[in-house]
Design a protein around this ligand. Sequence first.
Ligand SMILES: *Cc1c(COP(=O)(O)O)cnc(C)c1O
Ligand code: SF4
Length: 370
Amino acid sequence: MDAGGDEGGRVSAGRSRPGPLTRATDFIAAGLAVPEDADALGRVTGRYSAAMTGYLAGLVDRADPADPIARQFVPDARELRPDPLDLADPIGDDAHSPCEGLVHRYPDRVLLKLVSACPVYCRFCFRRETVGAAKGGMLSPDAFDAALDYIRARSDIWEVILTGGDPLALSPRRLQAAIAAIAAIDHVKIVRVHTRVPVAAPELVTPEMIGALKADGATTWVAIHANHPRELTVLAREKCRLLIDAGVPLVSQTVLLRGVNDDPETLAALMRAFVEARIKPYYLHHPDLAPGTAHFRLPIAEGRIIVARTMARLSGLARPAYVLDIPGGYGKIALNAQAATQEGAGDWRLTDPAGRSHAYREAAGKPHSG
Ligand SMILES: *Cc1c(COP(=O)(O)O)cnc(C)c1O
Ligand code: SF4
């Protein structure tokens, strides 16, 4: 990851710690894990990328053993437990990848993975098998050109969604070059950037970075991933304000996670905080079957109850769509009664956007295990 400038704002928390926490020993030294777990956590960080910015570490309430910020970023020995339902590629990116870095599942939009690194690594990441600085870094210039050729040759592609990895892990200069090249394609009207940076490493949202997001020929939208109202700090909200005031509309993405936000009060507070910050709630994702993330999952039936209770409290403006990505690459569906029907404990029947029916298995109603 390129070093970002820090002229855009001061990080008030965790300034004594210069780099992000990445090794088991870093998390232990920061008091976020216990020394007895050093071996297990070393195996976790050997298997899956780990990083937590000092800024996020500073948001953890050390007195709370179930702190929802720590739970999202601190490696956990439970990640080593295999679960029979785990899938290496839970949303089927590979099935729809016409060339390196591209996923083309819907006619009018493509995903483009510019970079495999993120400033932080969420422990529940659905792309955890492919994200990480060691997994290939930035897309090579040749691969980027091939992706541009693919998009150029298909006039149906109206929207290019930059994901990864986190596109804002790139330097403003590189991001600007990529976005300008994409926006220069006539039929591409929208560039959507999916990022966690405004809440995870807000100091990277500099005037240069904001300028890099905009380019002639297309409109840029930014989708911000945040899962708990405490992620929307004064600093994070200030960075969102700068983005919006610069003319970049923001939408939200949240993953429904056991032990982080699996209750209506927390979810409603999060959605309201988004709207107050001028971020339109967009998606609430049911957790994917990513490997080593079983402790973050909850049954769909429980998710539906939590979501119904959340929605009942909220203004229409604050309601996201509750969605699931069907394994195998069949697309996202709203988890409503038409698209998802329960056939037994842990057995579901899902109907994809093309009307095809798929069996889906989940763990049958495990109790909350912290
Ligand atoms: C989620 C996703 C999109 C974007 O879908 P929207 O519903 O438009 O947000 C596009 N392509 C792929 C492959 C996706 O997984
Ligand atoms: S920021 Fe996104 S891509 Fe990166 S680890 Fe978190 S969920 Fe995965």
